[in-house]
Design a protein around this ligand. Structure first.
Ligand SMILES: Cc1cc2nc3c(=O)[nH]c(=O)nc-3n(C[C@H](O)[C@H](O)[C@H](O)COP(=O)(O)OP(=O)(O)OC[C@H]3O[C@@H](n4cnc5c(N)ncnc54)[C@H](O)[C@@H]3O)c2cc1C
Ligand code: SF4
Length: 327
């Protein structure tokens, strides 16, 4: 019998005090943590409920940016008027995730820390999973790897990050605000999730006891943006491939852009080479095709996920055409 205690944090200091003790785990909406607890994959001894901390607002910053509290629900974040109008790609990404009921429960902080949906990770019947049991091997490499990574994977793990929101946040150059036993710090969203390397058990750079308190968005980088998500069903399904793009287009020439891929790597994957090919160029079909090819130039597909190498350029083309007003 596994014993588990539950405490609701009174305030931030109380949360960090409780959350820093060995075996403690923060709980936001519980929509991922409790599933993993029920299947024995997560084994906390204490749940520290942070969902009612006064960190659930969305406020404008003096520099023209926006701060989204980590305890804001996915629904609140996606539907906030300033998110919908100034950071459309973020609203679209969140609304493409899960279901309305889940989005009502799920918090922004919890969304960024949800674990991979690799079948071998989520089913404890499989022994070989370096992310779940470090040093045990990786069942996915020679197994059914349809949803797995084609970029940035390692011989230790080929899992993908499942968060739609994270992909858009990287495209928007967001920053993650953290508070922990050693004080506060701010991490660029692009550096928050990590590649698996030989330590795939760590998904992010978050330290023990640290709590996500907010996400800061800088002033909008460009007016045009779009999120494309390709999945097996129209709802209730994670991305096979997704693309977040933010596009600064002037007289049909790409002044600047961001292109970030989801569903292809252990973290949101910025397609830097593709961006470089498009920057300063007219947004022509030819340029879009060259950018798509560059985005998958270093891909390493496995037996069941080679289709992603074709899907990524198509999803990039769709995202750029829609953001650029061509579709
Ligand atoms: C059927 C289903 C379909 C889904 N589809 C999608 C999808 O398509 N796209 C998508 O992006 N997501 C999807 N999700 C995931 C869902 O969005 C996540 O479960 C949810 O965002 C997690 O948020 P939460 O607040 O419930 O996190 P919790 O389950 O409460 O926590 C998740 C993790 O984050 C930690 N944590 C929570 N808050 C904090 C904090 N502030 N600081 C530090 N640590 C914290 C917890 O300790 C835990 O480790 C789906 C989930 C389900 C069940
Ligand atoms: S891909 Fe990663 S999460 Fe999946 S079985 Fe291999 S080590 Fe585990």
């Amino acid at each position: 019998m596994h014993s588990l205690s539950y405490e609701r944090a009174r305030d931030l200091a109380h949360a960090i005090e409780l959350g820093s003790e060995p075996g403690s785990k923060y709980i936001g909406g519980g929509t991922n943590l409790l599933d993993l607890y029920k299947s024995g994959i997560e084994r906390p001894v204490r749940l520290v409920d942070v969902s009612r901390l006064a960190l659930n607002g969305v406020e404008e910053l003096t520099d023209g940016g926006l701060r989204i509290g980590a305890m804001a629900s996915n629904t609140v974040a996606a539907n906030h008027p300033l998110v919908r109008t100034r950071y459309r790609v973020l609203s679209e990404a969140i609304l493409n995730g899960a279901t309305a009921q889940l989005r009502n429960m799920a918090t922004v902080g919890g969304n960024l820390l949800q674990r991979t949906r690799c079948y071998y990770f989520t089913d404890p019947a499989f022994e070989h999973c370096n992310k779940r049991v470090p040093g045990s091997g990786c069942a996915a490499i020679d197994g059914f790897n349809r949803i797995h990574a084609i970029l940035g994977a390692s011989p230790s793990c080929i899992a993908t990050n499942p968060s739609d929101m994270a992909v858009a946040l990287v495209a928007l150059d967001a920053r993650v605000r953290l508070a922990g036993p050693d004080g506060e710090r701010v991490v660029p969203m692009a550096d928050f999730h990590r590649l698996p390397g030989d330590q795939p058990q760590f998904d992010t750079v978050i330290a023990p006891g640290e709590l996500i308190t907010a996400i800061d968005l800088p002033p909008p980088f460009a007016a045009q943006s779009h999120y494309v998500k390709v999945r097996d069903r129209a709802s209730y399904a994670f991305a096979l491939v997704s693309v977040a793009t933010v596009l600064d287009l002037q007289c049909d020439v790409v002044r600047d852009l961001r292109l970030v891929l989801g569903g292809v790597a252990h973290k949101p994957w910025r397609a830097v080479e593709a961006e470089d090919l498009l920057r300063g160029q007219p947004l022509s079909e030819d340029a879009i095709a060259r950018a798509g090819a560059a985005a998958v130039a270093g891909a390493q597909p496995y037996v069941h996920n080679a289709f992603k190498v074709e899907l990524v350029p198509r999803a990039i083309a769709r995202a750029l055409r829609i953001a650029g007003g061509r579709a």
